[in-house]
Ligand binder design. Structure first.
Ligand code: KIV
Ligand code: ZN
Length: 511
């Protein structure tokens, strides 16, 4: 029988460390529900010690999730471990993931600790975590640049202290598959009691090898992979869940293990994470990119028609591409709307929230004849965004483009109890609109990213706009969706400005 491969999803923790990807409690809850539906074994819901907001989000997720373990990250110190223990308290199955750096450079320059102190802190943290749960994971941060003998010593000590999962991270994305596989093999061989624990890997993608390195670890005995949806994560990101899961499933002959992921939920999960975090998925991304199953050349199309498997190693429907089903229309009632939201795992907090969302749905259905699941997800994302703190509110706008004339826009914004009007010209209607908004807001921000994606197909599709802004070292993403992409752009820009204005700060676990 094939071994079980544990899928540890860290979209809500390491994924959230991507610039601008920070999420509200409600957004995290929506993603956590979808991850549970996907079948993730462990959901790392955040870093409880980062802020009261993070701790609260983990606690809320712990209360709701039934079929996945809910985990909080904690540095190897008393305050972090206690915060994590309290946050996962309500979980049916809760895990504490404690870590400390073990490489000479991190111990000396970052922690300013001796190797003995690092071992002592690791052991203490694991023992304290065991007071809250018997499911304790330990990570040796920067294991890739750690000395092998020292890693063996640390892992030996934390196994004796009671850790059940040992994670070996390539924190800086430095390794290559042959070396990473060898490192895992040697650890399993050399650490006493290694057969009593689950070996895990956590790879970053700085050299584009996070998935390859993780799979090399699996081939050498790792039975947990830490990964994120769409490969989101610190810097170049983490190993992408969808690629790991489909590689293992498609090449069972090589891996001899399998996950319990419901692969038909992969694409819906990818779309949800992309829409909430504002990180678009590149079209040629494996599994979840729009072109991943598109056969363009005549030779390929001919082969596909004659026999599908000539060019296709996986079926699009197996990863959820066909679940893009028509959901509701103009005549759908409130009950049908509520039921479909429930089926999508979306729970609105009050009848009032449902009424507002339903009114927006009706408005959308007037402009767009067919409403798909993705439209509903975008609608709820927008509703949630509107609650971030609406310092700037779009009252109305008009944009004009005509051949031979400079594009122009007029925008009315509500700020406090007052309305402010501005007009501007620009390179196009979007440019003119954002300039008009900025005349009022005087934001002093730098635009890092502007992207438009169609949520579904057809010319009446909603455009989903992501705007990434930076100011004074802070980076935020704003999203907006509308059948009119100029309006969607204005909404996205205001959403980003409102997030900057709300300005909740939180600690970073690895700094
Ligand atoms: O990359 C890393 O080392 C981490 C640890 C906290 C596991 O994210
Ligand atoms: Zn990481």
């Amino acid at each position: 029988m094939a071994d079980k491969l544990i899928i540890f999803d860290t979209t809500l923790r390491d994924g959230e460390q991507s610039p601008g990807a920070s999420m509200t409690r409600e957004e995290k809850i929506r993603i956590a529900r979808q991850l549970e539906k996907l079948g993730a074994d462990v959901i790392e819901a955040g870093f409880a010690a980062a802020s009261p907001g993070d701790a609260d989000a983990i606690k809320s997720i712990a209360r709701i999730i039934e079929r996945s373990a809910v985990c909080s990250l904690a540095r190897a110190n008393e305050r972090d471990v206690r915060a994590a223990g309290e946050a996962i308290g309500p979980a049916r199955s809760g895990r504490i993931h404690t870590f400390i750096a073990t490489s000479p450079i991190h111990m000396e320059k970052k922690l300013r600790m001796t190797p003995d102190q690092v071992v002592e802190n690791a052991v203490k943290a694991v023992k304290l975590a065991l007071e809250y749960t018997d499911d304790v994971e330990f990570s040796a941060e920067d294991a890739v640049r750690s000395e092998m003998d020292f890693l063996v010593r640390v892992f030996d000590a934390v196994i004796l202290a009671g850790a059940k999962t040992l994670n070996v991270p390539d924190t800086v994305g430095y390794s290559i598959p042959a070396l990473w596989g060898e490192r895992i093999r040697q650890l399993i061989e050399r650490v006493p009691g290694s057969d009593k624990v689950v070996w895990s890997t956590h790879c970053h993608n700085d050299l584009g090898m996070a998935v390859a390195n993780s799979l090399a670890a699996v081939m050498n005995g790792a039975r947990q992979v830490e990964c994120t949806i769409n490969g989101l994560g610190e810097r170049a990101g983490n190993a992408s869940l969808e690629e790991i899961v489909m590689a293992v499933k498609t090449r069972r002959d090589v891996f001899q293990c399998d996950s319990r992921i419901d692969t038909t939920q992969i694409v819906p999960t990818s779309k949800l994470v992309s829409s909430i975090t504002g990180y678009p998925v590149q079209p040629n991304k494996a599994i979840v990119g729009a072109n991943a199953f598109a056969h363009e050349s005549g030779i390929h199309q001919d082969g596909m028609i004659k026999h599908r498997e000539t060019y296709e190693i996986m079926r699009a429907e197996d990863v959820g591409w066909s679940t893009n089903k028509l959901t509701l229309g103009k005549l759908s009632g409130r009950n049908a709307f509520r039921t479909r939201l429930q089926e999508l795992g979306i729970v609105l907090e009050s009848e009032e929230a449902l009424n507002t969302a339903f009114a927006h749905f009706k408005d959308l259905a007037d402009r767009k004849s067919e409403i798909f699941d993705e439209d509903l997800q975008a609608l709820v994302t927008e509703e949630a965004a509107a609650h971030v703190s609406e310092h700037y509110r779009l009252v109305s706008m008009r944009a004009h483009s005509e051949t031979g004339e400079p594009p122009s826009a007029r925008v009315v914004l509500g700020i406090g109890g007052h309305e402010h009007v501005a007009e501007a010209k620009g390179g196009g209607p979007v440019d003119a609109t954002l300039k008009a908004i900025d005349q009022i807001a005087q934001s002093g921000t730098e635009l890092l990213l502007f992207s438009v994606n169609n949520i579904t197909s057809g010319t009446d599709a909603q455009g989903e706009v992501t705007v990434r802004l930076s100011r004074g070292g802070r980076i935020v993403n704003g999203q907006g969706a509308d059948t009119d992409i100029v309006v969607a752009s204005a909404k996205a820009y205001l959403n980003a400005l409102n997030k900057l204005h709300a300005g909740a700060e939180r600690a970073h676990p690895q700094v």
